[in-house]
Design a binder for this molecule. Structure first.
Ligand code: HGY
Ligand code: MN
Ligand code: MN
Length: 405
């Protein structure tokens, strides 16, 4: 039994849920409703709780003094997302705090919980917007970033009751000493190796791009094939060239998950194609080389189809190692609990890689059934959630038991 976790997961999944998948994007009513739901749960546990100027939910168990121990994840999702990515981490943290309160534990320093806003970057490509604001990154250049549904970020924020100019006020990293995040693995390794839990050694580097190719809109029947400047044909060349490059490299991933073609007539040669590239590498040198690879694939394809190019980076989060001492602490707790556990790198990006640039940060994984994620079929059974919650609770108890400098 996982205390309140299972019930909270079921309740939260209804917010932005359509019976099959979950859709909660930054600055939308659905994510705001989920954030407000979390604030209520935090108040019920006796914590101070607020939604900050960057849309993060922040709960504070103000105890003892000194730097806060921070634990959390995110509540936003990808389109047609699952019920566990991000949400399991936030609600496991909430359950850990409930258990610590229930046993009468008194932290020696503040224990904070965060649900970071827009970890996925679904609408604006502003991946990890909330955690970046929390650590004080300057995001001023994002003000006029236009969403895939054509809305400027500052406008979407205003409509949701937020002010882009107040985002810097969300920076509280100076009061934090360390960060922990529980997350589903979002891959098949734990299931294959029958791990109950895993300590994350490092997080993959992620680069995102918006690419716009322009050719010539024309008649699908009368335009000679050799005269066409077909933007979709060019985009297709890019997709396959990137895929082939990743297959031959073996240690990078590249994905194009969204493409919009204009004008969109079935009998019209596409004059414009806008698509989004997601390129990743765990090795720092490989990560550095991804930019040239993406630009080369786009340039070659555009030349073949005689297209113009507009390529704009949307986000960049370098490969990030997790803190060795916190990894050790998590491993010790997994061993003490008699769990079957291991060490894994993360092929998914996480808020922990933003926090880790400022404070000691670590993550632990629980298995994903069939390794599936970013899908309505994402699932982690209750009996596979509990070991993670127990380890997280024990780790927070240890981190909050001794006054640390
Ligand atoms: O894309 C990722 O790896 C994460 O889910 N944001
Ligand atoms: Mn995700
Ligand atoms: Mn996630």
């Amino acid at each position: 039994m996982t205390g309140m976790l299972d019930a909270w997961l079921d309740e939260l999944a209804l917010i932005g849920g359509n019976g099959r998948a979950v859709n909660r994007f930054a600055w939308t009513p659905e994510l705001l409703a989920a954030s407000r739901w979390l604030v209520q749960r935090l108040h019920e546990l006796g914590l101070e709780a607020e939604i900050d100027p960057a849309g993060n939910v922040l709960g504070r168990w103000q105890a003892g003094d000194g730097p806060a121990v921070l634990v959390g994840s995110h509540l936003d999702t990808v389109p047609e997302g699952g019920r566990f990515d991000g949400a399991l981490g936030v609600l496991s943290a909430l359950e850990a705090i409930r258990r610590l309160k229930d046993e009468g534990f008194e932290p020696a320093q503040p224990l904070w919980i965060a649900a970071f806003n827009d970890e996925e970057g679904t609408r604006f490509g502003t991946t990890m917007f909330g955690s970046a604001a929390f650590v004080g990154d300057d995001q001023a250049e994002l003000r006029d970033r236009v969403s895939t549904d054509g809305v400027p970020l500052s406008e979407a924020m205003r409509a949701a009751g937020f002010d882009f100019d107040l985002v810097p006020r969300a920076c509280l990293i100076g009061s934090v000493g360390c960060y922990l995040e529980l997350h589903i693995e979002q891959g098949p390794r734990m299931e294959l190796q029958r791990m109950d839990t895993a300590v994350v050694t490092g997080i993959v580097g992620v680069r995102g791009y918006r690419v716009e190719l322009r050719g010539e809109t024309n008649h699908a029947g009368t335009t000679p094939m050799e005269n066409r400047r077909d933007a979709l044909a060019g985009a297709s060349r890019v997709v396959l060239a990137l895929r082939d490059a990743a297959l031959s490299a073996g240690d990078i991933t590249v994905n194009v998950g969204r493409i919009d073609v204009q004008p969109g007539g079935t009998n019209v040669v596409p004059g414009t194609a806008v698509f989004f590239v997601d390129a990743r590498a765990a090795d720092p040198q490989r990560f550095a080389s991804l930019d040239a690879l993406v630009r080369e694939c786009v340039g070659t394809a555009a030349a073949q189809e005689r297209l113009t190019i507009e390529i704009s980076p949307t986000h960049e989060h370098p490969p990030t190692p997790m803190d060795p001492a916190l990894q050790q602490l998590l491993g010790d707790e997994m061993r003490a609990a008699g769990l079957t556990w291991g060490e894994l790198s993360s092929g998914a990006g996480h808020d922990a890689q933003v926090l880790a640039r400022h404070v000691a940060s670590a993550m632990l994984f629980v298995p994903s059934q069939g390794g599936i994620s970013h899908s309505p079929d994402e699932f982690t059974p209750s009996e596979q959630r509990e070991p993670g919650v127990a380890v997280l609770t024990a780790a927070l108890r240890k981190l909050c038991s001794t006054q640390r400098p």
